[in-house]
Write a protein of this length. Structure first.
Length: 575
């Protein structure tokens, strides 16, 4: 660890510690807010970047958690300042929060860079907030610690335990098939979301919070604490205390986010059968840290690491059970032989220290390596003439019969076209068809919406069909399940080979061989694309226009081309 800083070494000293007229203004305006000189002079200024919002139930409690963080900062001798940023609410924001992930990353980075901060506490957890805030804070380069929002309590309906997302899709299919009444559906609506917090299955939110912890960016055990548990505000306060020491010790993200830490995240991702969305987010996060990461890395680790977290949508339990079983530290203990245990964490100690204190309290929820939920295939990356840049499937969430399948394509150019067709009971479709949705990628969506779990046509639901092969350049909610091939790259809208597909073309998927193809020659694909006209996607102004012009494809992490990399940005001048 480096020599501890002195007060005059603090970044905030440039604002508050000098004797020029500008510092007079900074100090007098802080006094204007009711603070005394001794409360902020010579102390680390800690920014609390808060994604609280009245339209984000995942983050309803983060206003209170910010107060807990402040309590910890004050106790450790720091000066806390809370800064609000966009909430990226998964439940309400349209067309998709993914469109705004990079917006939040930019806002986080610029909020840190432009204010007199020495260290940062990030409050987030809903799907895109974790990667966005980590991306922005990594680029800003100041010491930071992440406070995960935590999962909500498990749902209940008619004596059944419900998991958000996964059970919604499951019971919606039963309702459409006529097996559940409107009254039962309404009762389920009343019981599926019982507290604030993120989805309580191993969806995107839980996956990304777990990644933040294994990357070393949270306090040990933080990622699985239920949002409503009293341990949660205690963890927030401890994070506030810890960031002050991180500032004095200059524990910056470049000392934590290394190739080893990202390989640890890949190992955990496979062990929990994490959300497919994490491929995009982890690649983007690694890019900000200067660590090259590709979909091929995910596929490589899929062969090395079995699924040992028995969590929905791939397993039986929920995040609350995971917490009681020991949380992420217990999972790391089971994975110890595969991890880089010398990777540094925000605690100032290596991952081995966390593992040494961990215990597994339920080895059905967190299995040992020799008794996995699935031997491999938490995730698979496929390539072929339809997806030269790759695409992804979560085999553990699909019916095994569909992991090697050839069938005729049923192609939809737009989501609205598909949505109308699946309710037509005269639709010409069989269980062997491969449903295809085009124009749903980073540009064509726009923003790559979570449309990838194409609904099973009502005609097939009534026949008892609950899974079929589906392919798109969209994403899928991490709480979803099924034989869904996603993130086709390059996307159809930018005239990738996927654009050439027509109804009736034979598509072959072979997960074991990691392949996906259509029975067309390269010449036929090129000829079709030349004659194809994409749907109108006019972004006349603002952020949408910026995104369309600069967003990368899914296999590259969907970051903006001008935000990638680790170029050192000059500190702002103080005027």
């Amino acid at each position: 660890m480096s020599t501890r800083k002195k007060p005059e070494d603090l970044r905030s000293f440039r604002w508050f510690g000098t004797t020029d007229i500008r510092s007079f203004g900074h100090r007098s305006r802080t006094l204007q807010m009711g603070y005394a000189h001794e409360e902020f002079m010579g102390k680390p200024v800690i920014g609390i970047i808060n994604t609280w919002s009245d339209v984000n139930p995942c983050h309803t409690h983060l206003r209170d958690r910010a107060d807990a963080v402040k309590r910890g900062v004050w106790a450790a001798g720091g000066f806390p300042v809370e800064i609000p940023v966009m909430s990226v609410s998964e439940q309400y924001q349209k067309p998709t929060t993914m469109l705004y992930r990079n917006f939040l990353a930019m806002e986080t980075e610029e909020s840190i860079r432009s204010h007199p901060l020495d260290g940062v506490v990030l409050l987030g957890g809903c799907d895109k907030s974790t990667p966005a805030m980590v991306m922005g804070a990594t680029s800003a380069g100041l010491p930071f610690i992440f406070v995960p929002a935590g999962p909500m309590l498990r749902g209940n309906w008619a004596g059944k335990v419900l998991g958000s997302g996964a059970d919604v899709w499951k019971y919606w299919a039963e309702k459409e098939a006529g097996n559940i009444t409107e009254g039962q559906w309404k009762d389920m609506e009343n019981g599926i979301a019982r507290s604030y917090g993120t989805c309580m299955v191993m969806g995107t939110a839980a996956t990304m919070m777990s990644h933040a912890e294994v990357l070393g960016l949270t306090l040990p055990g933080a990622s699985a604490i239920p949002a409503a548990d009293s341990a949660h505000p205690r963890m927030a306060a401890m994070s506030g205390k810890r960031i002050v020491d991180m500032v004095w010790d200059d524990l910056t993200p470049d000392k934590i986010l290394t190739r080893k830490s990202f390989e640890n995240a890949l190992i955990v991702h496979m062990a929990v059968a994490g959300s497919t969305n994490a491929i995009i987010h982890l690649i983007a996060m690694a890019g900000r840290a200067g660590v090259p990461l590709t979909p091929a890395d995910f596929d490589e680790f899929s062969h090395k690491v079995p699924v040992i977290a028995n969590l929905r949508p791939s397993g039986a339990f929920l995040m609350e059970d995971f917490f009681y079983a020991g949380g992420l530290p217990a999972l790391l203990k089971q994975l110890e032989s595969k991890l880089h245990t010398d990777a540094m964490t925000v605690s100032g100690k290596p991952l081995s220290h966390t593992i040494g204190l961990a215990q597994v309290y339920n080895d059905d929820v967190i299995r040992p390596l020799d008794r996995p939920v699935s031997s491999e295939n938490g995730l698979a990356v496929l390539k072929g003439n339809l997806a030269p840049g790759g695409c992804v499937i979560k085999p553990s969430a699909a019916e095994p019969r569909l992991l090697k399948h050839t069938g005729p394509a049923l192609v939809f150019e737009t989501y609205d076209e598909m949505s109308a067709a699946v309710n037509d009971e005269n639709l010409d479709v069989t269980p062997d068809h491969v449903m295809v949705l085009k124009n749903s990628g980073p540009v064509g969506g726009p923003g790559m919406p979570e449309w990838g779990m194409l609904p099973i046509p009502k005609k097939l639901l009534k026949q008892g069909v609950r899974d079929m092969l589906r392919v798109s350049d969209a994403r899928m909610s991490g709480t979803s399940y099924g034989a869904c091939v996603l993130h086709v790259a390059p996307e159809s809208y930018v005239r990738g080979p996927f654009a050439a597909l027509k109804t009736g073309d034979l598509i072959t998927v072979d997960v074991e061989k990691r392949s996906i193809s259509v029975n067309l020659t390269d010449a036929q694909i090129a000829e079709r694309i030349a004659a194809w006209t994409p749907p109108d996607r006019d972004y006349p102004r603002g952020y949408g226009k910026m995104s369309a012009a600069h967003i990368r494809q899914a296999d590259q992490g969907c970051d903006f081309d001008f935000l990638e990399g680790t170029a050192k940005i000059k500190e702002p001048e103080i005027h």
